[in-house]
Design a protein around this ligand. Structure first.
Ligand code: FES
Length: 172
């Protein structure tokens, strides 16, 4: 390399090195302090955090209620429908449904599919409960599997009716 080339390439190499180092430092800085958010993004993030906290608080309230009580109010008897279930969570915090049965008695049944655990739909499909994941049908009144890959019945939820109100009972 002659002297002229050397004088051209040395500044180019130095500038390139500084640019790469600055880029790396910038990335490191962003990694440490996190990305810069606009006010709108920050507001959304805070809103999400609040929602998560509320969800956690709601879950804790349900847990506490289940620890302290032996029965939990689900709905008024008059609100039960034949074709559309009221969603609730059972004593083990698993999803379940409440219907009005064929003889107007309440039917409370787990909505956790016994195949692979998807949630059964709350609206009846041709008078049967449907798990849409792999298409299993269950009989509403007994939870018995009728069609599809599920082979075990949906568990029925113990309940009591007092003063026209439906309560679920703690399993003993
Ligand atoms: S999880 Fe319900 S049919 Fe598979």
């Amino acid at each position: 390399m002659n002297r002229r080339n050397f004088l051209i390439w040395v500044p180019v190499a130095i500038i390139s090195f500084i640019a790469i180092a600055a880029n790396l430092l910038n990335k490191l800085w962003n990694y440490i302090i996190g990305p810069k958010l606009t006010e709108e993004q920050e507001a959304k993030l805070i809103e999400k955090r609040i929602q998560n906290l509320e969800r956690t608080a709601g879950l804790e309230k349900l847990r506490e209620e289940r620890l302290l009580k032996s029965k939990i109010f689900i709905c008024d008897l008059k609100d039960l429908k034949k074709k559309e279930g009221i969603s609730f969570v059972d004593f083990n915090l698993r999803p379940a449904l409440a219907f009005k049965g064929t003889n107007y008695e309440p039917v409370l049944i787990s909505s956790v599919c016994t195949h692979l655990g998807c949630t059964v739909q709350n609206k009846l499909n041709k008078g049967r409960l449907l798990c849409p994941c792999h298409i299993s049908y269950f009989e509403l009144e007994t939870g018995k599997p009728l069609e599809g890959p599920a082979k075990t019945p949906l568990p029925m939820i113990p309940f009591v009716v007092e003063d026209e109100k439906v309560y679920i009972l703690k399993n003993v």
